[in-house]
Unconditional design. Structure first.
Length: 318
């Protein structure tokens, strides 16, 4: 049975525990990082029982289950529906788009998120996050039935993005790495080998002010987790506790313009003119996030057996 792990503040110090029906069983060890928890505390989490649950989940200040010393690797254009709304053809995506976010952008699933003063096109992206179990330090072929050997669990990630920085400047890292742009959690859900086979059934949903924006299943990914692990293994080392955000489905605020507008932008406008038009139109798009908006995101199977919890983040002005 999957185990819901939380990281929370206790007397001003981060602590770890296991959720049992809105109660939390504190784990006895002190784990300074997600790597320490994965390396030293995961067996205690699996052994936790409801009888040990002495704290109310609702009374705890939750933290990101992925600590800021971990790598934060991301996939882009990894859902066919999102590829289409970006103006591309999913049948002509020959490569896995990989980039990174600053781990300093990680924040709580319930924290307020500051929209920087110069950002006007703040977008949301609900994503399934994979948390590493073992070090991956050499080219390795990871098979679909081996995810439990390499991954500890899954968590919710909201890959918040300043589109008016990311796209005109061509800088994914800069546009996606402002502090607070990576809500993670609330749970790190530990999965058994059998439960890992159910990852395609995980349903990703995101709402803004109660209005549904994104709704899709993980199985729609173009590049599956085992394929991404295999490719990453040939690029650079991954360590226990590192986070991989696996892309977002359709429903983002940013959309490709119509074919006529695309033709005009491509043939009649300079690059500077094209991006002025993009930003100007975006400022009239009510789907972009503004101070006061509340973003909620959840990932779970339809039967509720695998439940990563729910994020609730309010957008605020600086």
């Amino acid at each position: 049975m999957a185990v819901q792990v939380v990281r929370y503040l206790q007397d001003g110090t981060p602590a770890w525990g296991v959720v049992h029906d809105r109660r939390v069983a504190p784990l006895p060890g002190h784990y300074a990082s997600t790597a320490d928890f994965v390396n030293e505390g995961i067996d205690a989490a699996w052994a936790s029982t409801p009888a040990q649950a002495s704290l109310s989940l609702d009374g705890l200040e939750l933290l990101s289950p992925v600590t800021g010393d971990r790598q934060f690797v991301c996939q882009g254009t990894n859902y066919a529906s999102h590829v289409r709304e970006s103006g591309l053809d999913p049948d002509h995506i020959p490569f896995n788009t990989l980039f990174s976010k600053a781990s300093s952008c990680l924040t709580s699933a319930h924290a307020d998120v500051v929209r920087p003063a110069h950002v006007r096109l703040l977008d949301y992206e609900v994503e399934l996050g994979l948390v590493m179990r073992r070090a991956l330090t050499a080219p390795t072929v990871v098979k679909a039935d081996q995810l439990h050997e390499w991954l500890a669990g899954v968590t919710i990630v909201n890959d918040l993005s300043a589109r008016d920085v990311q796209l005109p400047q061509g800088q994914f890292y800069k546009g996606k790495s402002y502090r607070g742009f990576g809500p993670a959690g609330p749970f790190l859900l530990l999965l058994s080998a059998a439960e890992w086979r159910r990852w395609p059934e995980l349903r990703l949903r995101l709402q803004v002010n109660g209005q549904p924006r994104q709704d899709a299943y993980g199985g729609e990914m173009i590049f599956k987790p085992h394929q991404t692990l295999t490719e990453l293994s040939a690029l650079h080392d991954m360590q226990p506790g590192d986070l991989i955000a696996t892309g977002t489905p359709a429903g983002c605020a940013a959309r490709a313009p119509g074919k006529l507008v695309m033709w005009i932008m491509r043939h009649l406008l300079s690059d500077a003119g094209k991006w002025r038009l993009f930003i100007g139109k975006g400022q009239n798009n009510p789907a972009y996030l503004r101070p006061g908006d509340v973003v909620t995101a959840s990932i779970r199977t339809d039967d509720g057996e695998l439940d990563l919890g729910e994020q609730r983040n309010r957008i605020v002005a600086p």
